[in-house]
Write a protein that binds this ligand. Sequence first.
Ligand SMILES: [Cu+2]
Length: 299
Amino acid sequence: MPIPSSLVTLLVGMALVLSGLWVGYNVDLLPLDASANAPVYDSLFRVLFSIGTILFLGIVGLVVFSLVRFRRRSGDHTDGLAIEGNLLLEIVWTAIPAVVVLFVGIYSYDIYERMGGMSSLNDHSAMHRMPSMETMEASVTTADPALDATGSGPLKAPRVWGGIGTAAGEANVLPVEVTAMQFAFIFHYPEGDITSGELHVPNGRPVELRMKANDVIHAFWVPQFRLKQDVIPGQPTVLTFTPTKAGSYPIICAELCGPYHGGMRSTVVVHEPEAYDAWLQKNSPVTATVAVAAGNPTA
Ligand SMILES: [Cu+2]
């Protein structure tokens, strides 16, 4: 008894979906996950990778099958079958992509929201603990609406234009000011007044980066944190994250910003809390001055 073709199609479809899911969940293309929102991001990536694999295998498989199955046999000089439209087929091949795209769109939005992309950037507590944001904003532009109408009065809280972060509003946030310029990132710690070319953070504590650019648009990207945020002249942006694994990870400028853009890299060092405190002690201007005064040049 021959197997009905609908059953074959069903079995091929099931094999396709299962192999796509297997590839999506077992082939690991992503770097180490080192921040609290990395697993959230990775779950979206696995779903997208599975869908992509199913579509790729299905389409390429069908093309190869058709090339072989419907090839011209030797001696056959007849015309192909005259086919004009197939309403059912057209409905199906419109509906399937529509459903897939809609699902991907809604799921991506949900993930972006869970990563803090939709949280309010202008009324969480951390920014009010950063007095230097005022000087930061003042240097941005005199025509900014955050300035007093007379232009000489006190500054209101600066408006953050964009950003992403899960830690917004959480207690115990470590604020760090980031200045991007051609071609470097400079990090300043208001707590302790430390300036550094590398970002040092303690493991497990939420970090809030308040970012400004001096010249052109840059982008702050740490692949291991699964976070990327533009740094824009005149428009402060914010990026918050909670590191979950100690180690050193690259910071990459991800926006073509000039001839040496490719060299605009730094490092984020995630310390265990004690090691971070030691770094803080070692680099604090106060301890450094005391050490020099005490005749200790190694500090
Ligand atoms: Cu750059």
